[in-house]
Design a protein around this ligand. Structure first.
Ligand SMILES: Cc1cc2nc3c(=O)[nH]c(=O)nc-3n(C[C@H](O)[C@H](O)[C@H](O)COP(=O)(O)OP(=O)(O)OC[C@H]3O[C@@H](n4cnc5c(N)ncnc54)[C@H](O)[C@@H]3O)c2cc1C
Length: 383
């Protein structure tokens, strides 16, 4: 039997009840950051779920963290405003020095420090991370960084940033992904001294930005682990990210299904509730079945992850199935609401826009399919 974390779920639901649809709607319109929601989650300890107790966290596993994020989405909120605070620190935890862990993890656990910006994607390299151009060049006891990142979310609401940069040119390494390194950058020192953040206006209120590095000098002690092994380090964290985002998609799907059922029961047209028509019922039932199946894969991936077993295929399939289920549920929910689905006061159009992201980020559906084709089914590499 899989642990269901009923107590944690109930506490998250109670917290989220203080942040109803109007709250998220207003922020969406203003493009505001939900400071009080993030503060409440932090104070309740939910964002420190994955940090070991020795560093002030609760030392829970990924399945518990997944339950937290699922409940936030299911309440109608948006965990993407701070979900990365939960898992970016995993790279520091697994590969950082003792000094880095002692310096940063307790502050991240208490919420005094925010580490929720992760700079990988660049405008010219896209999904092909081996071609990133941001460079870190060692100069004595410092590294000098030049380049640009795009879609670095929450950078304006983060103290620290995890950065992937090239430390050895691509044509001088054995494999294309060698020669990349990870740095933990204190953005509070960097802004105005070679680091510039520019918000990207976007379809959703995601606080996403582009970041420019112009001779930014950082201490050499910012390097996480060994130089040149950064891509492997971030790959380690990707299964966790896939599982957690899949759980968010399951939460979104459940919110859409609940809303659609409520509306289908109440909305009366042609003298009967629309939910009596099978044309309305069946898409809801289909979305429910897809969501339950995706949830099983999330639980399986989380179970493997928490027992330290390899879980790449399961984490990727969980993300694929859950993102598809949430998008299917979103489309169904909008259709069930007819014209009112487009009215902001129902929150359906907001959640519809928000859940659409997961077909693209943090990894697009095509790239997951390519991974399954190549690594699970043994088909020839397609790119
Ligand atoms: C709101 C938002 C927030 C984000 N937050 C972050 C963040 O915090 N940090 C960060 O580093 N990145 C972030 N990203 C970036 C995100 O991870 C990328 O957008 C995503 O990985 C896709 O990369 P790309 O946009 O460069 O698409 P591209 O790589 O240019 O691809 C474009 C399309 O082509 C398809 N494609 C490309 N190559 C292939 C192939 N070989 N086979 C089949 N299809 C292919 C892709 O699936 C995609 O649909 C965010 C993006 C968004 C939109």
């Amino acid at each position: 039997m899989t642990e269901t974390y009923d107590d944690i779920r109930a506490s998250v639901r109670a917290l989220c009840a203080d942040f109803p649809g109007e709250y998220w709607r207003r922020l969406d319109a203003e493009r505001g950051y939900p400071e009080d929601f993030v503060r409440a989650l932090t104070e309740a300890g939910f964002l420190a779920a994955l940090i070991p107790e020795a560093y002030g966290g609760s030392g829970l596993g990924i399945a518990a963290a997944a339950a937290i994020l699922e409940e936030i989405q299911k309440s109608g909120g948006n965990g993407a405003v701070c979900h990365a605070q939960m898992y970016i620190m995993g790279t520091v935890l697994r590969h950082g020095s003792d000094e880095q862990k002692q310096t940063y993890l307790p502050g991240i656990a208490s919420g005094q420090l925010r580490l929720q910006a992760f700079g990988v994607t660049e405008p010219t390299s896209g999904t092909d991370t081996s071609r990133i151009r941001t460079q870190a060049v060692k100069d004595g006891e410092t590294y000098v960084i030049n380049g640009q990142k795009v879609w670095t979310s929450r950078a304006e609401h983060s103290d620290l940033m995890l950065l992937l940069a090239r430390t050895t040119p691509r044509d001088q390494v054995a494999k294309p992904h060698d020669g990349l390194s990870v740095f933990l950058i204190d953005m509070r020192d960097a802004i105005g001294h070679g680091l510039t953040i520019r918000p990207i206006p976007a379809m959703i209120n995601h606080h996403t930005t582009e970041i420019f590095f112009d001779d930014l000098r950082i201490p050499a002690t910012s390097l996480v682990g060994e130089e040149g092994r950064g891509f492997r380090y971030i790959l380690d964290g990707m299964n966790a990210e896939r599982i957690l985002i899949a759980a968010e998609c399951v939460g979104d799907a459940r919110w859409f299904i609940d809303r659609a059922c409520d509306y289908a029961r109440e909305r009366t047209v042609f003298d009967r509730p629309i939910g009596r028509n099978q044309g309305i019922q069946f898409p809801i039932a289909r979305a429910h079945a897809a969501t339950e199946a995706a949830d099983l894969m999330v639980a399986r991936a989380a179970g493997l992850f928490d027992s330290g077993e390899p879980c790449g295929p399961e984490a990727n399939m969980a993300k694929l199935l859950a993102a598809d289920a949430s998008w299917q549920a979103a489309d169904m929910c909008l259709q069930t609401h007819g014209g009112f689905g487009f009215a902001t006061e129902y929150d359906v159009e907001r959640k519809f826009r928000e859940t659409r992201l997961y077909q693209v980020a943090p990894i697009s559906t095509n790239l997951i399919l390519a991974y399954i084709a190549e690594h699970v089914l043994g088909l020839p590499r397609s790119y």
